[in-house]
Each structure stands twice: as C-alpha cells, then as structure tokens.
Design a protein around this ligand. Sequence first.
Ligand code: SAH
Ligand code: SF4
Length: 349
Amino acid sequence: MAAGHPAYRGRQLFEGLYRRRVTALDQVTSLPASWRALLASAYELGLPRMDAVFASIDGTIRYLLEFSDGQSVETVWMPEGDGGESGDGSEAGEEARSYARATICVSSQVGCAVDCRFCLTAQLETRRNLSAGEIVGQVIAVLNDRKVAVESQRINLVFMGQGEPFLNYDNWIRAVRLLVEGVGIPDSRMTVSTSGIVPRIHDFGAEPVRPKLAISLNAPNDELRTGIMPLNKKWDIAKLMAAVRDFPLRNREKVTFEYVLLNEVNDRPEHARELAELVRGIRCKVNLIALNPGPGIDFRTPADQRVEAFQQILIASGIPAFIRRPRGRDIYAACGQLKRTTEPIQISL
Ligand code: SAH
Ligand code: SF4
C-alpha cells in the first residue's frame, strides 16, 4: 500500500481480494470511490482467464486456466472429494458430513521437470513456476465459477495438479498462507503431494502453517523406483524414508503414500509385501491409484482384481490402504493426465 495511507486500507483491499474474491478492484466497496477508480486503472487483478472447461460424466470439471503471459495450467473440481483424501477416516473429529464437500486439485507449475515415466504432465514442453498469486488465482477462479461460499461448503484443496510444488517451494508456501488467511480455507483441509524433494520435506516440517503431506512413492525399492522416477537417483528411497520418519506429524495426522499401480511392473504381491515393510512404523496410509492411461505412456492399467489383491496384502500387514477412484478420466482430468488436452478423447473408461 502506498505510503501515507492508513494500514486498515491495506486490510480492506486484502479482504476484498481474497475473502470476498472480487474480480475487479472497483468492486472493493469498503474503499473510497476515488481509490477504487485509481486502483482499477492502475492494476489488473490477474485472475486467470478460463480458456476451456470440460465436464465429466462423474461431475468432475477440468478447467484450462490461462495467465497473462499466455501460459496455462489445469485445475480440477471434484464435487465429492477425490476418493482418497476424504472419507477414509483421516479427518476423524471433523463434522465431515454435515455440509456439502468438494475438492479442488491445484497446479503449482506449468508442466513438470521431474519426468516420471507414467505421467502425462511430464510430456509438456513449456515449463515455468507459478507465482503465489497464480496459485491462489486458480482456487479463486474455480470457487467463483462454482459459486462456492467457503463458510458453508467444505472445500478441500489438494496440490496434486501440474508441477512439483516442492520445486516451487517459496511461491507455493506463500500461496498456502494466502489461501488460509485470505480465502479462509484451513490448512487442515489441504494436502500437498511431492515426488520426494528431500530437502524441502525437512523445510516443510518446520512450517507453522502447513497442509498435510503426501509422498508419491510408487515403488518399494530403488531399482524399480529409479526405473519409473528418475529423480530417485538423486534422492533415493533411504533418504526419502529418513525424511518421512523425521517429519513432525501433528495429533492424529498421517502421512499419505501414493502408489500408482503399473500392470506387471510394480503391482505384484511381493511388491505389496516389500511396501508394507518399508512403511512399517510410520503413522501413514497408502492410496493406491491404478494407472490412468494416456498417449505416449508405455504402461498398462492393472485389472481391478490385481489392485484389490495388492490392497488386501497391505491391509493384512496392518497398513491402511485405499483405492483412489479415478475421477474425470473421460475428460483427461484424472491423476497424471493433466497436459492441456483439448482434442476429443479416445480412451474408454
Ligand atoms: N508432482 C507431484 C504432485 C502431482 S500429484 C507428485 O508427483 O507428487 C500427481 C499424482 O498422480 C502423483 O501421486 C503421481 O504419482 C500420480 N500420477 C501421475 N501420473 C499418473 C497416471 N498416469 N495415473 C495415475 N496416477 C498418476
Ligand atoms: Fe511431475 Fe508429479 Fe507428474 Fe512426476 S507425477 S512428472 S513429479 S507431476
């Protein structure tokens, strides 16, 4: 705020931008009219433009959101949660069912440099970090489009869209703070997923305001993991698990391990047993995701029986395990499918 103006004007602007989610500065009616006109002419609000909107038969909506430099990312609205983060007991103690719920899946970068072999986002050529405003802007754009009042509708956020949040750490954590303090979504309803950027897992543990942690593990040993996630050469499973074991969990909090099942690659019974041993002793749950297919991905989706058999081995070993239902596969909105697809979809459900 310009010098010489009272601090409460800044607060009014902040409230208008984030809590009331105005789309133009002249709508911040708590500010004097002369100010509003001046601000509106001097600053663009910078909410992303809705380039395209794809609606799935399951209620999921995929938004293609464009920023001022022409780059775009995807943000996904899932009306009943994502089948993994909600309703699995991890939120015990909250009045989970008392009002409508939805989950928004948010992107942290344009594209992704981590290059996991099973992920379509890795195929995107343009890559850049998103600013904190661009990360918050996605959430505001979707909340506005869905006409959500965060006070009366339970909104979960998952940072599981395009990009690796922990490779854009500073902007991303600033966005988290704005979403908590400005937009009014508590950090206990947010989950961030990382492919395993070990130094940032340590930093993240020290944050006073922070979402829950999910780790994309995807394999129970280094040989398999390096084969599908090249970053495992830099931060191998021993380093990753040491960081997770060190991570300061809050009361009742659990770490989530995500595990994408690739047919005949990492989905055998011995892999499930190895995984159970690897995570033993960590307060955690495992979310199993059967591969969502896509062009250029050289893996196959395992049959339901294989996925269920894998889950049963984990459960029998005392590890809580859940199968994440694919959401919006028909519109390329499911995990690992975010790569700005706009052509008609050719895959079957
Ligand atoms: N980059 C971060 C955040 C994105 S989350 C991360 O990888 O953790 C994306 C999640 O979808 C990850 O858990 C990833 O393992 C999973 N995923 C990626 N490609 C997938 C695919 N084709 N099918 C199913 N899940 C996939
Ligand atoms: Fe990047 Fe995550 Fe996709 Fe890996 S799974 S390429 S880290 S978005």
